[in-house]
Design a protein around this ligand. Structure first.
Ligand code: PLP
Length: 230
């Protein structure tokens, strides 16, 4: 598993340099190591090497790995179905993928049941891509108002997934646009909203994302290599 050590060093170095270029500190940026398809041994090795936050895109994978992985902050980064919320409330530090009011209602309901407040990010489809999950930028305000009525959900930021491109130039514009929205919301006051995390950037573009304001990057293959699906 030596390759993880080397990959992680490289990613760490790239994050530090990108942060520096953006006039920020390494500590201001959270690296979420995306572990989907990988087993507990590999994940535990990454944690031993300093990874504190791990991201999974499926509820089922979190449940399968939860007990065999060392203490870590779990992040749900993939689409979340309402009927799966009950399995992760109280287990995950952050749900990155809230994109419906119905989902917020269910997180509230489960939070009430277990007396746990869940921090969430609103997933925004900033690129306008047809196939992606996420709400339109014009809808964000509705969510910021709505969460004020809830007791067990807090909005802690925004998240976006961008299409993979060869050239990071086009994504840079999207990064910039969502950062503008993020900063704008920071200057306003909503109950149960504190804009602390801007989750964007994956293996192909995390450096550009940090330069454009990201403080939470979700990096998988650059750390763990290619994923194999069966
Ligand atoms: C898989 C995944 C990532 C990581 O992708 P890599 O290109 O392997 O870094 C990040 N975010 C989400 C939502 C993912 O599903």
């Amino acid at each position: 598993m030596n390759f993880i050590y080397d990959n992680l060093n490289k990613v760490e170095e790239n994050i530090s340099k990108a942060a520096l270029r953006a006039g920020r500190k390494r500590e201001d940026i959270t690296l979420v190591a995306v572990t989907k398809t990988h087993g507990a041994d590999l994940i535990n090795e990454a944690i031993r090497l300093g990874i504190t936050d791990i991201g999974e895109n499926k509820v089922q994978e979190i449940m399968q790995k939860y007990d065999s992985v060392s203490r870590a902050n779990w992040h749900l980064i993939g689409h979340l179905q309402t009927n799966k919320v009950k399995y992760i409330v109280g287990k995950v530090k952050l749900i990155h993928s809230v994109d419906s009011i119905k989902l917020m209602d269910e997180i509230e309901r489960q939070g009430h049941k277990h007396n746990r407040v869940t921090e969430v990010l609103i997933q925004v489809n900033i690129s306008g891509e047809e196939t992606k999950f996420g709400i339109r930028p014009e809808e964000i305000e509705t969510y910021l108002e709505y969460v004020g009525k809830l007791s067990f959900v807090k909005i802690s930021g925004l998240m976006t997934i961008l299409p993979k491109v060869d050239e990071s130039v086009s994504n840079r514009l999207h990064f910039r646009n969502i950062n503008r929205i993020y900063v704008d919301i920071q200057s306003k006051k909503y109950d149960n909203v504190s804009m602390r995390y801007l989750s964007m950037g994956m293996s192909g573009d995390y450096e550009a994302a940090i330069e454009e304001g990201s403080n939470m990057v979700r990096v998988g293959s650059a750390i763990f290599g290619d994923r194999y699906y069966n």
